[in-house]
Write a protein of this length. Structure first.
Length: 408
């Protein structure tokens, strides 16, 4: 996942763990609650993981658990369209990193003196902007292409035959801010169509992909830290990209709509392909019809796999938290089926708070868990019915505010 962000020390995706998160200071949100027309994506097939209404679930089992047969693997989730992109091949990436191109004006007007329009020659993905130092002595400003682990895609987004190249262009000195740029190859020459949006309308971004001739972007409200996302649709109008679908503004913080979480967003922490939690990271997911995805990322400092996610059963209530943890209304427990990019399938139970932050409760492959049957919130605890090699068990977990500790 790539991100539009500022970085005082190094530029990394905004979904890295908090200790590696970047700093930023240039995102301005639009006001109001104007809604554009829906994205208009066709309805996806019914989820392979049925959403179960647990509000009428029976009470906890009181009789001894009944041994089950061999554990059954959960069904593989559907593929999210955001994961069906064509990433740039090595030859195209090398071409961009060594290109000579005329760049349009930077989308944020306040940065145009430091990131000017003009013709620039890139060497190893970098080109001096020629802009003034600000403040003096801080260092020259530089354009950056495919910086570290950031990736681009091939996508048809201009309404004509043939794919364009879409990638994050960076500009900065010590800090770097990134904006999505669309470039077309004409007769062997690279020509920039334009940037997709400025920081007022796209403070940060995650994945992006073509759909119906438009460019769909997962837009985040806060490039300084992990935050829920929205999918917005942009269309080339002959001279610039304009937003034609999706929300036009962000709701107040702490206003997650559990009633439509299958078309919502939250930030997952404690995410790892390994049951022992090695290499864990955080990632923002935006769902459409209960399906979301994650791009793989690899750099010298950090790497994580890609994945597809399907949102299954959900139960709501209020979890007990320590006194020093701020409370934000109700909580939800959700089942997530995950197919990693190596084909392995895992199932998780996550707590999603009203702030849009999600923490892992249970996962298959850890602590003897082979499957997830159901869950609910009871007496302020997360109660999860799981399968193990010995049969079915009911386990209860208490939140510390950051992680869940098994109590029974």
């Amino acid at each position: 996942m790539e991100a539009s962000t500022l970085d005082r020390s190094r530029t990394v995706p905004r979904w890295l763990p908090p200790a590696l998160a970047v700093s930023a200071a240039m995102a301005l949100l639009t006001g109001g609650a104007v809604a554009l027309r829906p994205l208009g994506a066709p309805p996806a097939p019914q989820s392979a993981v049925p959403a179960t209404d647990l509000s009428t679930a029976p009470p906890a089992l009181s009789e001894p658990p009944t041994p089950l047969g061999p554990p059954q693997m959960p069904p593989a989730p559907r593929t999210d369209p955001g994961n069906g992109v064509t990433f740039l091949d090595a030859a195209t990436a090398a071409r961009l990193r060594g290109m000579t191109i005329t760049l349009p004006p930077w989308p944020d007007e306040s940065l145009r003196p430091y990131c000017p329009a003009g013709r620039f020659r890139f060497v190893d993905g970098k080109a001096p902007t020629g802009g003034p130092e600000q403040p003096p002595g801080r260092g020259p400003w530089t354009y950056l292409v495919l910086f570290k682990g950031l990736r681009g895609i091939m996508a048809n987004v201009d309404g004509r035959l043939g794919d364009e190249i879409v990638f994050p262009m960076g500009c900065g000195d010590i800090e770097n801010v990134f904006r999505l740029l669309v470039v077309k190859s004409d007769g062997g020459q690279l020509r920039a169509l334009g940037y997709v949006a400025d920081s007022r309308h796209m403070p940060g971004h995650d994945r992006y992909f073509a759909q119906g001739g438009d460019l769909v972007v997962e837009v985040s409200s806060d490039p300084m830290s992990q935050s829920p996302e929205q999918r917005r649709r942009y269309r080339w109008q002959g001279s610039r990209f304009v937003q034609v679908g999706g929300p036009a503004s962000f709701p107040p913080a702490g206003d997650i709509d559990f009633a439509d979480l299958r078309n919502g967003s939250f930030v997952m922490f404690d995410l790892s392909r390994e049951p022992d939690g090695q290499g864990n990271f955080s990632a923002a997911l935006s769902f459409v019809d209960g399906v979301s995805g994650l791009w793989p990322y690899r750099s010298e400092e950090f790497t994580h796999p890609g994945a597809d996610f399907v949102l299954g059963a959900m139960s709501t209530g209020r979890l007990t938290e320590p006194d020093d943890i701020p409370r934000h209304g109700a909580d939800a427990l959700v089942t997530l089926t995950c197919r990693w990019d190596d084909g392995r399938v895992d199932r998780f139970v996550y707590r999603v708070s009203a702030t849009g932050i999600a923490n892992a409760v249970v996962r298959t492959g850890a602590d003897g868990v082979t499957g997830v049957v159901s869950h609910r919130i009871v007496d302020g605890l997360a109660e999860v019915t799981v399968t193990t090699a010995a049969g079915q068990e009911i386990r209860r977990y208490r939140s510390t505010g950051y992680v869940f500790i098994r109590e029974h």
